[in-house]
Design a protein around this ligand. Structure first.
Ligand SMILES: Nc1ncnc2c1ncn2[C@@H]1O[C@H](COP(=O)(O)OP(=O)(O)OP(=O)(O)O)[C@@H](O)[C@H]1O
Ligand SMILES: [Mg+2]
Length: 348
């Protein structure tokens, strides 16, 4: 994000049209507002239009305005978005959704600096900078004939690629901090931040919904938070960890299962993470993690050691050796009751 900020600063004096490309929720509108705010038009209007959300038959009148009586229902004269944005910036979100006939009119507006209102007698001068955004590959739309090439070059004078959050995970801590501050104020909370462990989960997650999804996750966590620091269980959607159940429902021996690389774990009965990080956020050793994993597997498969070995992908004799080395014999006794296989009992 800092690279994009530098880019925005560098082009602040320029009046060139900007095309922002990026997945949904990456912050294209945030970037568009920053472009506007840092430009000389900063004090003038910023007008946003979601081109994908307007019914096709209304696009022209919404963008360019209409005269009274120009079509059924046009009971009043209406200023279009171009005129609203006059002197400032018009943000055309999802610009790839514009119908081809409107693309022609938009091109004319950009080339001539004037627009024709629907039913208007004379063209109207406008001075507008266009910042547009697309969450699809607009150059592909050009190749496929769905978007005019000449318009594409007019809009894409200054391209900005807004990377997905998973490609800039180093942004996650700063975003989380910013959201914590904001939601503290909005929700009257005094959360200090996220624990290193929680932050590690947040940084490991892939965030298919990008910054918007992270923002929602932090919001939810803050609303429900009852401790000064946000914990992994405050982010159930990403950690696969259910919010703490009533103490009686969770056996004290249960260990926690955490997702690796943002993958969700299947819903396991009382399962909690096999932690990969210690309280200070450092990696735990293989031996420690292995011990927890074996213990968890024994609990999940109720002491059926053949199944445990199969699930862990090791031989049974190796499993029993590890159980001895890690001092886990008691776990087998504790979780197996009558469930232990005959053969297991012999080997044990
Ligand atoms: N750098 C950032 N700092 C703070 N908040 C951000 C940042 N980037 C995005 N957000 C927040 O994430 C949410 C999504 O951002 P925005 O609406 O700009 O995304 P978008 O790319 O336009 O998404 P869409 O394609 O779905 O319209 C917003 O609520 C915005 O406030
Ligand atoms: Mg948007």
């Amino acid at each position: 994000m800092q690279e994009i900020e530098e880019l925005i600063e560098a082009m602040a004096p320029s009046d060139a049209n900007v095309l922002i490309a990026g997945e949904s929720g990456v912050g294209k509108e945030v970037i568009a507002r920053a472009v506007h705010g840092s430009s000389e038009r900063g004090g003038k209007p910023f007008v946003a239009v979601n081109c994908g959300a307007i019914p096709e038959n209304l696009v022209e009148s919404i963008l360019f305005g209409h005269e009274k009586g120009s079509f059924t229902g046009a009971t009043d004269k209406h200023l279009g978005k171009f005129q609203e944005a006059n002197g400032g910036t018009l943000f055309l979100d999802e610009v790839g959704e514009l119908p081809l006939d409107i693309q022609v009119k938009l091109l004319r507006a950009l080339q001539e600096g004037e627009i024709d209102a629907v039913g208007g007698k004379r063209p109207i001068k406008v001075d507008v900078r266009i910042v547009s955004a697309t969450n699809r590959d607009l150059s592909l739309a050009v190749k496929e004939g769905r978007f005019r090439e000449d318009l594409y070059y007019r809009l894409n004078v200054f391209p900005i690629e807004a990377p997905a959050l998973r490609e800039r995970k180093e942004d996650v801590p700063a975003l989380v901090d910013a959201f914590v501050k904001r939601f503290n104020i909005e929700e009257g909370k005094s959360v200090v931040g996220a624990t290193p462990e929680a932050m590690a989960y947040l940084c490991a997650f892939e965030w298919p919904g990008n910054v918007r999804q992270l923002e929602n996750a932090v919001y939810r966590a803050i609303v429900l938070a009852d401790a000064p620091y946000l914990q992994p269980h405050d982010f159930p959607a990403i950690s696969g960890v259910a919010p703490p159940a009533a103490p009686a429902e969770r056996p004290p021996s249960a260990i926690a299962i955490t997702p690796v690389g943002g993958q969700l774990m299947p819903d396991l009965p009382q399962a909690v993470p096999v932690r990969i990080l210690d309280e200070r956020g450092h990696l735990r050793t293989l031996e420690e993690i292995e011990r927890d994993l074996i213990q968890l597997a024994i609990e999940i498969y109720a002491g059926h050691m053949s199944e445990v070995a199969r699930r862990l992908g090791i031989g049974r004799s190796t499993l029993y050796r590890k159980v001895r080395e890690q001092g886990l014999e008691d776990v087998i006794k504790g979780s197996s009751d009558e469930a232990v296989d005959e053969s297991d009992a012999q080997v044990a």
